[in-house]
Design a protein around this ligand. Structure first.
Ligand SMILES: *Cc1c(COP(=O)(O)O)cnc(C)c1O
Length: 462
């Protein structure tokens, strides 16, 4: 059977089953003949051809970006949930998935050990989650807000400050790409003298190289200086399930454990939660913060149940909530649940590191999570950069058919780090090759084979 016919057949089967439930079968039979007429088949054929251009994220050698393959549960539930729950804005338009969203948020608040009364919601991504947290904090502190984040924070933070029109300060990082605590303390003192309320943003797994800001110490500073604290854990937040089992470094564990001290947290189910893209989340400790957003609600809603009342965004597809619900029932947000996958990904990352070092590549930082950045050795920075660029140039989608892996790039101009490099510094930036390890292989030898294939290709380039 051709691909298109198989799709039509599956669609017919799915929908007729589905509609029968709702006693629409007669209508349905006729509608189908119209639906699946010759035009439909023709366009479907074209459509399938167009999809051939898609990126195969499932390819073992795809390690470029923070895009994982969604689990079958999450895809199934996304599709089924969105059929009749198109809009989470009001409870009456999506009761089933609104309840699933509330339960999902409860599990996320539970994961971060937030106290009773904590709340939150899904969003279309981490950027929107961050934006809303910053906006609500500004409203609470009546506009006298300054936001402080490290130079390695996600690019969206500068945009967010621009959108909500607040001042910001960028803190430099140490050679491990973690927020520099001395600079932070200096900035806090300076800003507080000016009477500004501060929102400090700590990143739990930076987008560039997976570094973790020193949250434990930042929480110590919070006791002394009393600022608001947002943890941007869009990428790394779910790894909180590993905060006690010694898979991660002591540093990572103690910082994950202290996330409960944050005022708000962003975590992206569409990144390490294996939900289809379009799904972030934000949770808040303070129940009263909800009032800051509710003033703006133009309708009278029933408290709690109308998510639209407490979200910056308007309409949102209920499919994401059902996707999270199903997925996190199958893979609970616990050490033995989804944690099994993360443990394996950390092991895989460490194995990849070992092999990279065997082939004499340099590792940017000891990976705390499942991202690793590396660069070839060289006498001078410009030579290293040229080799990295050569790798990145070859390791792109269009070369997968030649057996090349797909990798990405992380560039830094961090002076501190460069001062530790044992080569002539004759360039302004360091370009590294970035791998995001998000596909799990339970079999060591299989992952080893993939790593070897990867290295073979990279070595052939340099
Ligand atoms: C990905 C990411 C974001 C932005 O999230 P989107 O879902 O892409 O909007 C913010 N912060 C960090 C640390 C991220 O990794």
């Amino acid at each position: 059977m051709s691909n298109e016919n198989r799709i039509v057949d599956n669609l017919r089967y799915c929908l007729s089953n589905y509609f029968q439930e709702f006693k629409y079968d007669e209508y349905n039979e006729n509608a189908f003949e119209k639906w699946t007429n010759e035009d439909f088949k023709e366009i479907l054929g074209q459509f399938c051809e167009r999809l051939e251009e898609s990126v195969d994220f499932a390819d073992p050698l795809y390690l470029a970006h923070m895009v994982a393959v969604p689990t079958p549960y999450s895809l199934l539930a996304f599709y089924l949930g969105s059929l009749f729950n198109q809009n989470q804005h009001a409870y009456e338009s999506s009761p089933a998935t609104t309840n699933m969203e509330l339960e999902t948020i409860e599990s996320i608040c539970g994961l971060f050990e937030f106290p009773k009364g904590a709340w939150g919601h899904l969003s279309s991504g981490g950027t929107l989650a961050n934006l809303e947290a910053a906006w609500l904090t500004r409203k609470k502190y009546k506009n006298k807000l300054k936001i402080i984040f490290a130079s390695t924070a996600h690019i969206s933070w500068r945009r967010i400050c621009d959108i909500i029109n607040v001042n910001y300060a960028v803190i430099e990082v140490n050679r491990k790409f973690q927020m520099n605590l001395e600079c932070l303390e200096r900035e806090i003192k300076k800003s507080q003298e000016l009477g500004e309320h501060l929102l400090i943003v700590a990143t739990m797994g930076t987008t560039g190289c997976g570094a973790i800001d020193p949250l434990y110490e930042i929480c110590e500073l919070k006791k002394k200086f009393n600022f608001s604290l947002h943890v941007d854990a869009a990428w790394g937040g779910f790894l909180k399930v590993l905060d006690n089992d010694r898979t991660l470094s002591d540093y990572a564990q103690s910082n994950l454990r202290i996330m409960k001290e944050a005022d708000s947290i962003t975590v992206d189910p569409h990144k390490q939660g294996y939900i289809p893209y379009g799904c972030g989340a934000v949770v808040y400790r303070d129940p009263n913060l909800r009032n800051e957003i509710m003033h703006d609600a133009p309708y009278t809603f029933i408290l709690n149940n109308n998510l639209g009342q407490v979200t910056l965004e308007g309409s949102r597809n209920g499919g994401y909530a059902s996707s999270c619900w199903f997925n996190f029932k199958m893979l609970p947000l616990t050490n033995e649940g989804i944690g099994r996958i993360y443990k394996r990904l950390i092991e895989q990352t460490r194995h990849l590191k070992k092999i990279l070092e065997e082939y004499e590549f340099k590792i940017l930082i000891e990976p705390e999570m499942n991202i690793i950045c590396f660069y070839p050795k060289g006498e001078a920075l410009a030579e290293i950069n040229m080799k990295s660029e050569k790798i990145i140039h070859m390791c792109v989608i269009k070369n997968t058919r030649l057996g090349y892996p797909v990798l990405s790039k992380f560039t830094t101009d961090d002076k501190q780090f460069m001062s530790t490099m044992r080569c002539t510094i004759n360039d302004k930036v360091l370009t590294t090759v970035r791998c995001v390890v998000s596909k799990v292989y339970w079999d060591n030898s299989e992952w080893n084979r993939i790593c070897e294939r990867l290295l073979e290709k990279i070595v052939s380039i340099t």
